[in-house]
Design a protein around this ligand. Structure first.
Ligand SMILES: [Zn+2]
Ligand SMILES: [Zn+2]
Length: 251
């Protein structure tokens, strides 16, 4: 695709964002996934919405599906640097299709529906962070894709909850191979030192935002570079959690 000139280190230009929103109003209100039934809200028809895979009984720490209510074995034996991952959906069809269409087919009109689905699923009792920090992409990957889905989703969530989004706090200093080519052990080794925090987190609860959590190595790496002192507290907000425990997940 043609390279885009970005106004912001990790974001879409305001023009592109406005254009996508304008396009939403021009197209007929049909389901963004199946195109065959009317949109009843969040861009989806009733059939597609009812088919969304809810993350039931997740591990209370890493959100691994069907591993609650106590922490799963990995979280017990190797506690992560974050307090908890909140991921209301499982990375399975049709949620996985929505996320893949956004990231790999550049269907930017899916940003807002995905963020709204996440907001709807968020418990009203949940502790709200004071800042959102999207998982950054390395510069080359960002140039190729043209946008960072985590940034765009975080901005919609942040606007709705009146929480600021900080895209400069954490940078990805090294390019890593696509996750789909790596085993869990390779991911853990390669993630070491990939992310760097400009400043430690000492100000209160921070939410790291990502679209999908797979092996949790990225979440551990980003939270780990933020938590350089024991007062820091990080949660991870993701749309979906991969259901296969921590090993050979292929995305
Ligand atoms: Zn549909
Ligand atoms: Zn766990």
């Amino acid at each position: 695709m043609a390279k885009r000139r970005l106004n912001h280190p990790q974001g879409l230009s305001s023009y592109t964002t406005r254009l996508a929103a304008y396009g939403d109003r021009l197209v007929p209100p049909v389901c963004l996934l199946c195109y065959s039934a009317p949109d009843i809200g969040h861009g989806l028809c009733s059939h597609c919405q009812s088919a969304l895979p809810i993350n039931r009984n997740p591990c209370p720490v890493c959100a691994l599906p069907h591993h609650g209510p106590l922490p799963c074995r990995r979280c017990r034996e190797n506690p992560p640097p974050y307090r908890a991952i909140v991921a209301p959906f499982v990375y399975a069809k049709p949620m996985s299709q929505l996320i893949r269409h956004l990231k790999f087919q550049h269907r930017l009109e899916l940003i807002r529906p995905l963020a709204e689905l996440w907001l709807e699923a968020l418990s009203p009792m949940a502790d709200l962070p004071i800042r959102l920090i999207p998982v950054p992409m390395d510069r080359r990957s960002l140039r190729v894709r043209g946008f960072n889905a985590a940034v765009e989703i975080a901005r919609v969530i942040g606007r709705n909850l009146s929480i600021s989004t900080d895209v400069k706090r954490v940078v990805k200093v090294r390019r890593t191979p696509p996750q789909s080519t790596l085993s869990a052990k390779q991911r853990a080794r390669i993630r070491s030192g990939v992310f760097k925090s400009i400043a430690p987190t000492t100000e209160g609860l921070i939410a790291v935002v990502d679209d999908v959590v797979t092996s949790t190595e990225t979440a551990r790496a980003v939270a780990g570079c933020l938590c350089t002192d024991n007062n820091a507290s990080v949660v991870v907000w993701a749309i979906a959690r991969a259901a296969i425990p921590h090993d050979v997940r292929r995305l």
